[in-house]
Design a protein around this ligand. Structure first.
Ligand code: PLP
Length: 183
């Protein structure tokens, strides 16, 4: 419920714990991912780079917008999206235009990149941010499984333009069901 003071308390605590300026509670992380991609300007017929090794909600959120998941492989050491693989993919298929990055093969605009920190292991964020910035692609973190994880001393979820946490019953911290967007 959005009634009462505890949602506000929860949002403040999540923001301070994750080092984000703001946290916004949602009904679950699936809806948080959906909204985060809208905030990342993803729309119909765009592409979002993500990893095939994830929970299906990551890709569902992309398809809710009529956009397409573009699967790129994970690293062996993190089990999360590989910056090298993303870079190689973009060297082969990416084309930088004035208004962003396009996939030469499909003709679609690649608007966002959504890594997932598998089982709480952070992806190589510094390297991934370099690749995303070089290709003008917005980083949205699916941090549903990684509250409490840190990358080089900084909490996961504080690297992307927006990030998403889950508080479902099977997650690290639970509210029964729920999610949050941090920005
Ligand atoms: C659990 C999970 C979600 C979805 O979370 P819900 O709160 O159940 O909607 C999304 N992405 C990943 C990686 C997850 O593990």
């Amino acid at each position: 419920s959005s009634a009462g003071k505890f949602v506000d308390v929860f949002e403040k605590k999540i923001a301070s714990y994750t080092g984000a300026k703001y946290a916004i509670a949602t009904s679950n992380a699936t809806s948080a991912l959906h909204i985060s991609l809208i905030l990342g300007n993803v729309s119909d017929e765009n592409e979002v780079i993500t990893q095939p090794l994830t929970f299906v909600a990551t890709c569902n959120a992309i398809s809710y917008l009529g956009a397409h998941p573009t699967f790129v492989d994970v690293d062996l050491d993190t089990m999360g999206l590989s910056p090298n693989a993303v870079s190689n993919f973009l060297e082969e298929y990416g084309e930088l235009r004035e208004d962003g990055c396009y996939n030469k093969k499909t003709g679609r605009k690649i608007v966002a990149c959504m890594p997932m920190h598998t089982f709480g292991f952070p992806v190589h964020l510094d390297e991934l941010l370099i690749v995303c910035n070089r290709w003008k692609i917005t980083l949205v973190e699916d941090a549903a499984e990684s509250i409490g994880s840190e990358y080089k001393g900084k909490p996961t979820g504080s690297f992307g333009k927006v990030a998403v946490f889950s508080f479902n019953g099977n997650k690290i911290v639970t509210s029964g069901g729920g999610g949050a967007i941090t920005t």
